[in-house]
Ligand binder design. Structure first.
Ligand SMILES: [Zn+2]
Ligand SMILES: [Zn+2]
Length: 911
């Protein structure tokens, strides 16, 4: 180890050694795993061979060798927090591996491992230790075969062969599937490398977790297929899968105490040092930022080369986060200008020979890094200051964990990724609620929906617009603030189309039917804000080219950018064409009526209900307005009518509106209504209604009518609750109010015609109709009773004799219990001695009544027990006096059958 081999040479030694032994060199696959949706990034050498082991893919070779690019930013093997803080953790790393697909097996694999390490790389044999598999549960056979092969290696110290159990020496791809024992080789760096000597209970040995014994190479022997936790079956074909951490073997072969001291990292670290101008001693005192920048420069250069540019979600987010994290650590070294491209330049020089994608994508890599750093610089200062305040407050409260929602706000408004917030919090001994962050992010995504700034920014969206606007600024087609926005002043002159965006990409021209976003140097289309919806309208050719784009929405996809979203309905608009931007002015007028009416409604609620009726939400659309406010109980009808009347009186008084820009503080002192939680600039737009006495005074950016009379008419259509203590009113104005009134009058006209009354007699007529309906119902009831009674008179004739007793048993369909009782009286009046059992049906269920005259009670009959015996048949029961008893039941269909029990009862009980 006198002449230190270069990292690139070590990589090539490995590949050449296995090519000599019949292996095919297979280039590294992309960091983005092909066809594996479960994996964010390629994180091991075997990812591209997984399907071969699973038997679903075949290769033209049975022996392969590779050096694979890998990336890990989270998971059990790596924690981003540790990267840069120790000697061994990286986000990006390389894995060297040799592979046998049903070809050679343990003997060759172990022999070659030994040969490469001891003969080619000449590692001292007495420093090498081997580990093989021995099941601690004694269920899977011990790998004696591997153990014997280790012992056969020339110069191998038999005392350096150690058995280990499932955790260390049995490899599984997943809960089921290919698996097998593995053989590891460890290197003893010497007792001085033990970094856990002070840890109580530490035993300095292989797998003892300290930095003295390093696992350098793992040979996995795939020989089983796991079907279930307890079922292993031998594979027909056995495979070899090996992995050697490249950075680690280089650190050993270059005899340096840290991966970062190898020539894989030192050129990058030295480049950073040139930029900072620090001495070697200063560098050693600030190692963490140097390491983070070197690590992240490698990771981001390789990511961008594989097409993963900085962005908002998924893999793109990881790239963005790594650039920003490096930039933040750069600040610790006083690097405040973009520097990542300068470091990445060295990555390309050092690695581009072997990984040619770095050279091919050089410009993309450097441009993306610089653009991302610049974008980050715009917001990072405010973000870090805000975070400082939050962490101070946290410490004052004696709390340990920063709220996830606040961490998300830092990202959404200041571009501070969670990982940076967590870095900073942890530097102060605090933590961040990452679950809360994810929840807030998800909630934001859902709440913002389609067409909103953040929700649609997915992927590279924001990049496209930012780049576009920067280019337009450089060409002086846009000024520094971006698109000029004048929603209060119509623009009647022709405007040049600066850009057309289709499917997220700028295009030169679009066709009929295309959905397109149109960027103009200025616009007077209102963009949804403060509850007022966006304008609609059209953009038409102003230079005789005869094309039309129907505008259905507006959005602000990035700072300074407003685009008109629409569909080409005619012709072929192109970039550079002159156009008229035509807002649908009828629609806008209706929106303005509703907005001004809403200010009046707010004032009226204060007038009628009190000052507590503060705005809690609003919607101003062309067809209606919606106003949510604080009030503890439902409004009475009188209150609703009073509010409506107040607004209409103010409309009729035709007060002018005064719209004035003034300092926020002044407006607040004058009593303008501002919304809690709303962010206002230092200069605000104020809307005043009324002259001497200000009827309404609000801060508002919306569009309004000139005079209240323009609203025409205001009608409340709904009042209800939306949450505890919050009420909602919906209302219409202008033409919609007229239409609503007309519709209601039409209904009244129709009713009048039908009833033959004049409108002012209608209520009287409805009252009297209701009264006569009620008396008619009473009359019907009376008649029904009479009908039942006369029916009974006939039935009274139809008695029979059972054992000499006169018996009346009959069903009277419409009679209720009172009617039945009345009829038993009639029976007694007509016959001195006898038994009556009368049945009917009420609400779908049978009712029964039984009557027995006194003389028969003395002879052993009893109305109570009779009615019980009968009721049993219809699934019921009952009781009463010996002379009169009643019962209910369930099953009316058995009523006739039940009456047969009367004869049975009399025969059994009569004395
Ligand atoms: Zn140790
Ligand atoms: Zn307003």
């Amino acid at each position: 180890m006198q002449d230190k081999p270069k990292g690139a040479e070590i990589r090539q030694d490995f590949i050449d050694f296995f090519i000599e032994h019949g292996h095919t060199f297979v280039p590294s696959s992309s960091l983005v795993p092909g066809g594996d949706a479960t994996l964010l990034f390629t994180n091991a050498g075997m990812v591209q061979f997984k399907d071969v082991f699973l038997g679903t893919d075949q290769r033209p070779y049975t022996r392969a060798v590779n050096a694979q690019k890998c990336l890990r930013v989270s998971g059990k093997h790596n924690d981003l927090d540790q990267v840069g803080r120790d000697n061994t953790h990286h986000t990006f790393f390389e894995m060297l591996g040799n592979w046998s697909f049903g070809d050679y097996y343990k003997k060759e694999a172990i022999t070659w491992t030994w040969q490469l390490l001891t003969e080619v790389w000449k590692l001292p044999k007495d420093r090498l230790w081997a580990a093989y598999f021995k099941d601690e549960l004694d269920e899977i056979p011990e790998d004696r075969e591997a153990a014997e092969i280790w012992l056969e290696q020339p110069g191998f110290n038999p005392d350096h062969l150690l058995p280990f159990g499932r955790k260390d020496n049995f490899w599984e791809m997943a809960d089921t599937g290919p698996c097998g024992p593995d053989a590891e080789i460890h290197f003893d760096r010497g007792p001085e490398f033990c970094n856990m000597a002070d840890v109580p209970g530490h035993v300095c040995k292989v797998n003892g977790d300290c930095e003295r014994f390093l696992e350098i190479w793992n040979n996995v022997f795939i020989q089983y297929n796991r079907l279930s936790p307890t079922e292993l079956i031998p594979l027909e074909k056995t495979h070899v899968d090996t992995g050697m951490g490249f950075e680690r073997i280089v650190s050993i072969l270059q005899d340096v105490p840290s991966n970062y001291k190898t020539d894989l990292f030192m050129p990058l670290i030295q480049r950073v040092q040139e930029l900072t101008g620090q001495t070697d001693a200063e560098r050693e005192a600030n190692l963490t930022p140097y390491r983070v920048i070197a690590d992240h420069a490698r990771a981001t250069a390789f990511l961008i080369a594989d097409g993963v540019v900085p962005g908002n979600i998924g893999r793109n987010y990881v790239c963005r986060m790594l650039v920003r994290r490096a930039a933040r650590f750069g600040m610790k070294l006083d690097l405040h200008e973009p520097f990542m491209a300068k470091v990445a330049r060295v990555v390309i020089d050092e690695y581009g020979e072997f990984y040619s994608e770095l050279k091919r994508n050089e410009k993309t890599i450097l441009d993306n890094l610089t653009r991302e750093e610049k974008q980050f610089q715009k917001t990072v200062k405010a973000g870090l200051e805000h975070l400082d305040i939050l962490l101070d407050e946290l410490e004052k409260k004696g709390s340990q964990v920063l709220d996830g929602g606040e961490a998300f706000e830092l990202y959404a408004t200041h571009g501070l990724p969670l990982e940076i917030t967590r870095d900073i919090a942890q530097e102060q001994g605090l933590d961040v609620d990452t679950v809360g962050f994810q929840k807030a992010m998800e909630a934001h995504r859902l709440a913002s929906g389609a067409g909103k700034e953040f929700g649609e920014m997915g992927g590279e969206d924001v990049e496209v617009y930012t780049r576009l606007v920067n280019e337009l600024r450089e060409a002086h087609q846009l000024d520094n603030t971006g698109v000029t926005y004048t929603p209060y002043e119509p623009i009647r002159e022709p405007l040049e189309i600066l850009a057309l965006i289709k499917d997220g990409q700028p295009v030169q021209t679009v066709e009929p039917g295309d959905t397109v976003e149109v960027l103009l140097p200025k616009t007077w289309f209102y963009v949804e804000s403060g509850g007022q919806v966006s304008d609609m309208g059209q953009i038409v050719s102003a230079d005789g080219k005869d094309w039309t784009i129907k505008v259905t929405a507006l959005r602000k996809p990035a700072a300074g950018v407003i685009v008109h979203v629409g569909v080409v309905v005619k012709g072929q608009p192109a970039v550079g064409d002159l156009a008229f931007a035509q807002v649908d002015e009828d629609r806008r007028t209706q929106i303005m009526r509703n907005h001004t009416a809403m200010h009046l409604l707010h004032a009226a609620l204060h007038e009628v209900l009190g000052k507590h009726a503060q705005q809690a939400g609003s919607l101003v659309a062309p067809d209606r307005l919606r106003f949510d406010f604080n009030h503890p109980q439902p409004m009475t009808r009188e209150e609703i009518l009073a509010v409506e009347a107040w607004v209409n009186k103010t409309i009729l008084a035709n007060y002018p509106l005064h719209i004035v820009q003034k300092p926020l503080q002044e407006a607040i002192e004058e009593g303008a209504m501002a919304l809690f939680g709303e962010k206002y600039a230092a200069e605000v737009r104020t809307i005043t209604i009324g002259d001497q006495a200000k009827l309404s005074y609000e801060l508002c950016g919306g569009t309004h009518v000139d005079e209240t009379g323009d609203i025409c008419l205001f009608l409340i259509t709904y009042e209800g609750s939306i949450a505890a203590g919050v009420r909602r009113i919906e209302a219409v104005t202008g033409w919609q109010a007229y239409q609503l009134a007309r519709e209601r009058m039409n209904i009244l006209d129709e009713v009048d015609r039908f009833l033959g009354t004049a409108p002012n007699e209608l209520v009287q007529k409805v009252h009297s109709s209701t009264d006569s309906l009620a008396s008619a119902e009473k009359e019907i009831e009376k008649l029904r009773t009479q009908i039942v009674a006369s029916a009974f008179d006939e039935k009274l004739q139809e008695t029979e004799e059972i054992n000499g007793v006169r018996v009346l048993k009959t069903i009277l369909p419409d009679a209720d219990m009172d009617a039945l009782r009345e009829m038993t009286d009639k029976f007694r009046q007509k016959y001195e001695s006898g038994v009556a059992l009368l049945a009917s049906e009420q609400d779908g269920k049978p009712i029964l009544i039984a009557a027995v005259t006194e003389d028969l009670v003395k002879r052993g009959l009893n109305a109570g027990s009779l009615v019980k015996q009968v009721a049993v048949v219809v699934g019921g029961g009952g009781g009463g006096r010996p002379t009169l008893a009643q019962a209910g039941g369930k099953d009316t269909s058995k009523l006739a059958e039940a009456l047969d029990q009367v004869a049975v009862y009399i025969r059994e009980n009569l004395k």
